[in-house]
Design a protein around this ligand. Sequence first.
Ligand code: DX5
Ligand code: ZN
Length: 222
Amino acid sequence: MNKIEISPSVLGADLMHLSDEVRRVENLGISWLHLDHMDGHFVPNISFGPDFVRAMRKETGLFLDVHLMLSHPLAYLDAYVQAGADLITVHMEADDDPETTLRAIAARGIKAGISIKPGTCPEKIEPLLPLCDLVLVMTVEPGFGGQSLREDCLAKIPVLQEMIKKTGRDILIEVDGGVKADNAAKVIAAGADVLVMGTGLFQAKDPKAVVDQVMGAAECVR
Ligand code: DX5
Ligand code: ZN
């Protein structure tokens, strides 16, 4: 069984004090950092680009989990890889052919992930699993932090687990959108390995208590 990871989404952080926010994550004993990239086309919001990843890479050794909400991810892969991404996740629903994109990510020597929006069924990505290191299940419509988790999306996880088992590969399942201390146990029980937490961690009064609650839930449930 994989250990549970928290991947804090920087979208929920205090953008005026990013180095402090990165230190805060490191001091909590977390090893991942989730960086959301939005192009104003695939999703109705605009966020960061490759230079942001480069700046983060200089600042930290955290595992940089890059979530591309872009219509044409293929065109930007080199920029993100050169900037220092450790994992690039692209959307099944993006315009570029996902198989070509996933192969291109792997060819650049980093980890590759595929993401599905709430309306996309897991069967769509089954043929792509042999090319993936991670599957990202969106539990909100992508584009904004601070939304509520859609519990119906968690039902996709056991279906994915069965498909993953058949591949014989070690593929992580990540859940993104509305994950908070009070629903983390449900998300972990559903089978998630990586929990993205934006506002649920960065805007919590006591982030250490959030981490303890998530890790406590992981111990009980798994
Ligand atoms: C939404 C992003 C998420 C977002 C999560 O499109 O992919 O990573 O930042 O934020 P919270 O945890 O606040 O829902
Ligand atoms: Zn994300």
